[in-house]
Design a protein around this ligand. Sequence first.
Ligand code: AMP
Ligand code: GLY
Length: 749
Amino acid sequence: MVVGAGAREHALAEAISKSPNCAALFVAPGSDAMPGIRIDAQPDDLNGIRHACRSNDIKLVVIGPEAALAAGLADTLIEDGVAVFGPTRSCARLEWSKAYTREVADRLGIPSPRSKTFAKGEVDAAMKWWRDLAVPVVVKASGLAAGKGVLVPQTDVEIEAAIKQMVHDTETVLEERLTGAEYSLIAMCDGTRAVAFPLSQDHKRIAEGDRGPNTGGMGAYAPAPAPGMPTLDDLVRVFIQPILDHMNSLGTPYRGALYAGLMHTTDGPKLIEYNCRFGDPEAQVLLPLLQEDLLPILYACAKGNVASDLKPKMFGAAFGIVLASEGYPEKPKTGKIIKGLDEIDRKNSFAYHAGTQKVGNEFKTAGGRVLTVVGTGVDLVSARAAAYAAVDKISFERMQFRRDIGWRARGAMLTSYAATGVDIDEGTKAVDKMKAAVEATHGPNVLRGVGSFGGSIDVSVLKDYDHPVLVASTDGVGTKVEIAARTGRYRGVGADIVNHCINDVLVQGAKPLFFLDYVASSKLRSEMVAEIVEGMASACKVAECALLGGETAEMPGVYNDGAFDIAGTLVGVVDRAKLLPSSPPRPGDVLIGIASNGPHTNGYSLLRKAFEWMPLETVVAPLEVSLADALLEPHRNYLPVLERVLREDLARALVHITGGGLPDNLPRVLPENVCAVVEVDSWPVPPLFRLVREILAMDKEELYRTLNMGIGMVVVASPDQTDDVRNAIREQTWIIGRLEAGQRGVVLR
Ligand code: AMP
Ligand code: GLY
């Protein structure tokens, strides 16, 4: 027979009912959800329960709640020769009298807060004791109070008020207020031996963040990782065994669950309280972990003959979330329909009922704590997920529960920064690997580079300019990095970002001075970072641009696994007189196109989707290289090609065809009343772009706005300089259109 009606007793009944050693299970009074035959007797109805035991030949009684223990139910049944799991009234005094607990603990040398007990009315003495102690205290009614007899006042004013009120009303224990994480140490005891469960942790306050009034418990999990705490064996030796030995010496062996509430202070664990029963909701998370039959253990404890080497097998972890009624803990509102109980995943979750009532085919709420929803798993992470997944299925009006159950366990599982996925050493390694490549871009003008807080560059060269203007650009390479990450080819995108920035300052006539980069990834691998930065460094070297500094960030959880991103800033210089556009482009000007060598750094979200179902290593007709090669071809640097055009002041304006393609980039240099007419058949569209045009259901405007379609740079030249420009460029160019009078914009023909 299981005595009680709550979720703890539901968990006990559930475990016992599964035992092959259980011929029949009775519950007194049980609940509509519990297995077993119900006996109409409350836990403290000694005669009712005694009678039921006699008439049903009950062999073992497992007592859940403290009220029954304090009432002496165990004593009554033992007189009748029934085996009882649950201590006698005199042993249970450890729970029903806090004054007794403190006295015993002090006598046995069990680590405890400093404390003193005051009889009802001894207010002056209590006040004096507190004042002499000169630290904050906790004020506890000595007797049973269902978790509500403890005041933890914060300010001196509150402490004084609490002492005055409590001591005026009842026998009171004052205790030094300790701080630290709390753990529940629960052992099944046979009078001499203890079989301990791993540590669990309850959450006593009503609200998330451990705020608000105390409750009977809002959730628990086990096993609780308790870094810095002694081993389980040591805890049993210090907090459980002395009690068993003491009770034995008094001739009243302790048989049943003994629960030590511990606080992990900077001075080690200290005793907050003893309970003489399983914890609620701790039982709900401990019993499901047991890999063997609970019943024989309970029976052996009751009979005083647990095998001395018994170490119960436990597996995995469990989280229990208490679902409570609106108004709990003060004035719960009940009678609400509970939905979703049948929808939870039975493989890894279970709802233990505490305050419910079956009405027809439905369960309604009938108490403050309504259910403990338990999830199990191989570890705490999966157990937590299972528990909250089940909670998500269940609902009743104004249901209260905490979403932070077990939050301390997350921190307690972290033993190093590296365990969070951030590896500082790997960052240092990356710097070592990239150092040589970066320093190869440094001339004597670079005073501080790798390893300094900021790069330093001597810009005396600016003195050679009549009127130096700095031109700066910051950019990224967009989702091209995803293809680089997927193929493990990093060097190219490093070059991409540098060349992209070079072209952005180039179109204003400027030559690069220095570049700064940023590399961020989910997981930092030094080879990967080194490769990216080497790509940047070699592009910088070609452009005679110093790679002056950078930053590497490891951001697990911000970037998807395996993903990375890069960005860069480039600063260049141009004499003010040479700033482009040299004069406003005008109708009649010619648009000279220079080839791109791929999509450069734009349109990759489209390209990745367009080729989503084609393996990247495939050579797709009519391409002559693999798709990966075609897509990863690094952005060109137009500086060498345009060197002469710039030197000889041949261009009116330059246009870098980046995001937005020809339609969005050409207008950036156009005055309001000038429009560009682009003949889309005037240059050969490269195979990759032709292929894309073929497979996409996209109109021309949209396509040219997304991709450069083979033109990466446009020179705007006056008609009489067109030939000079084309001669100054040592590669094929195309006249791709002209400027006309009209509203600023681009017409594709
Ligand atoms: P108890 O009923 O004795 O377990 O007390 C209820 C709660 O009050 C405990 O779980 C603690 O959070 C808090 N508490 C009790 N005693 C102390 C103490 N000496 N120092 C700090 N907090 C305490
Ligand atoms: N979970 C706290 C108790 O059972 O007293």
